[in-house]
Design a protein around this ligand. Structure first.
Ligand code: B3K
Ligand code: ZN
Length: 876
């Protein structure tokens, strides 16, 4: 397999102004007729050759302007169809046959359950017909679907339905026209026996939009929340970004077999059913929040992605980073902004930093790839969103809005680059972001170290910051970046002090300013800032609000950390201080029994009893870092030591605060009817955290978990109780509870997925033999990505003490699954490789075993591009 390079980008020789597609859905196969209106691109080459993409297609017919093309005029390979001798304008008709029922890769047109659906991003459209399957080729699509109307009463595509007729042979033909030019990756088709829930939305200019969610009949009672979230998203995008919806109808379809979360096809979003369906009995609060975020994300793509799209796939973060930033701001507005920030930072630190420090590290704007499907990464999405967030911090909310307005205005209907996005931000604000743009070009996580020197005679604090970004594959010797450092100075009474600061060196362009919490622009390898007017040494709070995706090396004593956990006015940094303390404790507890220090215990008691605090926030403050998070702060990584240390600290906290957790639980028990709304969710989060600690330390807690398990009306409480019972240490009780749960929910596949993952990802139960049993279970299905993630994904990413079994059996099981899936669903196979890419960071005895499994995968014949790229880069 070959690499593709950003530097090789050039415009296509032809544009396709109109695309007319006819899908004849037959039992054994689908025949697709594509009529393309070709127009020579005056800025492209002029060789008269058109090279179309195509994969796994049977070519049945080819005509040019009505005449059958002679065999001398075209060549077909596994991946292309080339036609020679073309002039300025043509109508090209291509007839192909495809096999949706045997399409297990879930790319292009495939069957999920009894329905047909599509997934075309990034390069799936080429599995439907021969086409210029690249995002800078934008076309007006007309789609005809012909099928047996009794078996497929619902037939959908993008845009508006313009005709619905009965053909002479009794089959039905439905026509959809999408007036908005779009790249092929936004094309969608759905056909099935579906029900829908309908609603309406009136846009800011008074237009009436029909909203519909289509589901399989058994799921019709699970659509309300997504519809509601959709309306909130539409309103929010009008209010915060001035963006209005542009078609008369907006549709969402839920499908069970889907490689990722959801897809923003124009006017016809297709969702993994797990990311859209919910009712109180079957979905947890976390699932509700995920649904809200993903519905918003896909909806926001209508502007950031669809109206303004990407020139090429190296620009993927243009739409993904920006849209993640937009959905994060939306979620922050709907719930607690601090909690949202904490969740995002946890994700960046745990998953993105790991990627950025491993063999797959790549810039937010990559310069090459082998398989684009491998680049839907946390770097493109989450780091990309952090980079947009830093622009927001630098420009302020108003300046950022000016920039986004200009961006949408200037580029509406175009396929553009990350450079164009930044240029709009610059032009709207008269700023120069040249230096800042390194964030898009340099891979790796910068490490910022901070040293302070308080000078009593000057009543000043000198802060020296140094930055260094490690080498990453293909990139050595990085430049210093523009890092926004939001900080505060805290007095002994816990109050923020006014910040009066001036750079000690390099004063060019920097003024002295005063405020309680400010953003320093740290742009050189080393810079010293002087804070004046300080009669006492303050406690420094650095990188408030996680103001940059960097690693921070700054020594603070346990007393200072505890002080900040109590007093920092920045909620994110309160959490961060607590996590740092806990990381230290876990480190100590690897070697010896651990007891919670008394001063920390007192602070935690205060947190648990202060009813004025946001319960969700308290819950985060008292949650230990996950094993994966701890691993990112360890070198080398010893998963078993991490597990032991964390377990000891957890027990120590549970014992020392047993009474308070019990009381907190009792205080938060509510008899109100379940609602998926922020206040109730926050209370349940803390209540169930209290239950988890309470049940670790005492039988009374376990009894309470059992009671909650059997008596609740909602999945949040039931699942929390089940987890507590699984962690009780009583294997019989754990198994009984799991059996009862399966008995209750075996007919609801989304709940069964939760049942699979809660045991597969459990440190207590997720043993190799259990995983092997679950892979044989009636509920498991190798064709369904959700099932694979629920068992194998949960095992390899969460049950770390079993996955890292010293005999290497966990790695072997994962490698077996990857080899199997390589043949059927390469994207999922490749995703599952992620845990194995970290082999270099492990302690030697594990590292060797893991590497051996990677080598075994690498040695397989017929590796897909997806798997080949990750395996070969990991071993390089
Ligand atoms: N744009 C899609 C992701 C497509 C992934 C293709 N392998 C979902 C999203 O980010 O909204
Ligand atoms: Zn997206």
């Amino acid at each position: 397999p070959q690499s593709i390079y950003l530097k090789d980008y050039c415009q296509p020789e032809y544009w396709i102004s109109q695309t007319e597609l006819t899908f004849d859905l037959q039992d054994d196969a689908t025949v697709v007729t594509a009529v393309l209106t070709l127009e020579a691109n005056s800025a492209g080459a002029q060789s008269g050759v058109l090279e179309l993409h195509g994969q796994q297609l049977e070519l049945l017919g080819l005509t040019l302007d009505g005449d059958v093309l002679g065999t001398g005029r075209y060549t077909v390979t596994d991946e292309t169809l080339s036609i020679t001798g073309l002039a300025q304008q043509h109508f090209l008709t291509i007839v192909t046959r495809i096999y949706p029922a045997t399409n297990t890769a879930l790319e292009g047109l495939y069957r999920s359950g009894g329905m047909y659906c599509t997934q075309c991003e990034a390069e799936g459209f080429r599995r439907i017909t021969y086409y210029l399957d690249r995002p800078d080729v934008m076309s007006v699509f007309t789609t005809h679907i012909i099928a047996d109307g009794s078996r497929y009463p619902v037939m959908l595509s993008n845009g508006n339905c313009t005709a619905d007729e009965m053909l002479a042979d009794g089959r039905r033909k439905v026509t959809w026209l999408d007036p908005h030019r779009k790249p092929a990756y936004l094309f969608a088709l759905v056909a099935g026996d579906l029900l829908n829930k309908e609603d309406r939305f009136t846009t800011m200019s008074g237009r009436d939009v029909t909203l519909k969610i289509f589901v399989e009949p058994q799921n019709i009672d699970k659509t309300d929340y997504a519809l509601d979230a959709l309306k909130r998203s539409m309103r929010w995008d009008e209010e915060v970004y001035g963006r209005e919806y542009d078609l008369d109808i907006f549709m969402i379809v839920a499908v069970d077999d889907f490689n990722m979360g959801a897809m923003e096809n124009k006017g016809l979003n297709i969702f993994n059913s797990s990311c859209v369906l919910a009712n109180p009995a079957t979905a947890t609060d976390a699932a509700y929040q995920r649904i809200e975020a993903i519905v918003a994300h896909e909806y926001f793509h209508n502007w950031s992605g669809n109206r303004v799209t990407c020139r090429d796939w190296f620009q993927l973060s243009l739409k993904e980073g920006f849209t993640v930033f937009r959905d994060a701001s939306f979620s922050a507005d709907m719930h607690s902004a601090t909690v949202k920030r904490i969740e995002d930072a946890k994700m960046v630190r745990t998953v993105q930093f790991a990627e950025d420090g491993g063999p797959m590290a790549h810039p937010v704007q990559p310069d090459s790839f082998i398989e684009i499907a491998n680049f839907y990464t946390v770097t493109i999405y989450e780091k990309g969103a952090e980079v947009v967030g830093m622009i927001h911090k630098i420009l302020g909310a108003e300046g950022f809005r000016k920039g986004s307005d200009l961006y949408f205005d200037r580029h509406d209907g175009q396929a553009v680059t990350i450079h164009d996005f930044v240029a709009a931000m610059e032009d709207a604000n008269g700023v120069d972001l040249t230096l800042f743009k390194l964030w898009y070009k340099q891979a790796g996580t910068p490490v910022v170290s901070a040293a302070v020197d308080y000078r009593e005679d000057e009543q000043a604090l000198y802060l020296t910051l140094r930055q260094q970004c490690p080498d990453t594959p293909g990139q050595i010797g990085k430049q210093p970046m523009w890092i926004p450092v939001q900080l505060g100075l805290i007095a002994a009474d816990g109050q923020d002090l006014p910040v009066q600061v001036a750079p000690a060196l390099n004063t060019a362009g920097m003024e002295t300013w005063t405020s309680a919490s400010q953003v320093l622009h740290f742009t050189e390898a080393e810079q010293t800032f002087v804070f004046s007017g300080l009669a006492q040494p303050p406690v420094l709070s650095l990188f408030r609000d996680f103001s940059a995706p960097v690693k921070v090396e700054f020594q603070q004593s346990p007393q200072e950390l505890l002080f900040r956990l109590q007093h920092d006015s920045d909620g994110f940094n309160r959490w961060d201080a607590g996590q740092r303390l806990m990381l230290d404790w876990i480190d100590q507890a690897r070697l010896d029994e651990f007891e919670l220090p008394e001063d920390a215990r007192q602070v935690m008691v205060q947190l648990l009893t202060d009813e004025t605090l946001d319960p969700a926030m308290v819950s985060y403050l008292l949650t230990l870092p996950s094993e994966a998070y701890i691993a990112e702060f360890s070198d080398p990584v010893d998963p078993h030591a991490i597990h032991l240390g964390r377990k000891r600290v957890r027990l120590a906290m549970a014992m020392a605060l047993n009474e308070q957790f019990a009381a907190c639980y009792q205080r938060l028990v509510s008899h109100a009817e379940y609602q998926p709304e922020p206040q109730q969710m926050a209370a349940r989060t803390l209540k169930n955290l209290a239950l988890s600690y309470w049940s670790v330390a005492s039988d009374a807690g376990i009894r309470q978990a059992l009671a909650q398990f059997g008596s609740t009306d909602n999945m949040t409480d039931q699942m929390a109780a089940l987890v507590a019972l699984i962690n009780s240490g009583d294997d019989e009780l754990a198994q009984q509870s799991l059996d009862a749960f399966y008995q209750q929910w075996q007919n609801d596949s989304l709940v069964v997925n939760q049942w699979l993952s809660v045991q597969s990802g459990s440190a207590d139960l997720g043993t190799l033999s259990r995983i092997q049993q679950l892979l044989e279970h009636e509920a498991f299905d190798w064709r369904n990505p959700n099932k694979i993630r629920s068992v194998i994904g949960a095992f390899a990413n969460q049950a770390l003490c079993h996955f890292h079994a010293v005999d290497g059996s966990g790695y072997e099981l994962l490698a077996d699954a990857i080899i199997r899936l390589n043949a059927t669903n390469p994207q999922i196979a490749s995703r599952l490789l992620t845990p194995l890419t970290k082999w270099r960071r492990l302690i030697p005895e594990l590292s060797e075993q893991m590497k051996a499994q990677l080598e075994r995968v690498a040695a397989q014949p017929d590796l897909s591009r997806d798997v080949y790229e990750v395996v070969s880069k990991s071993l390089a």
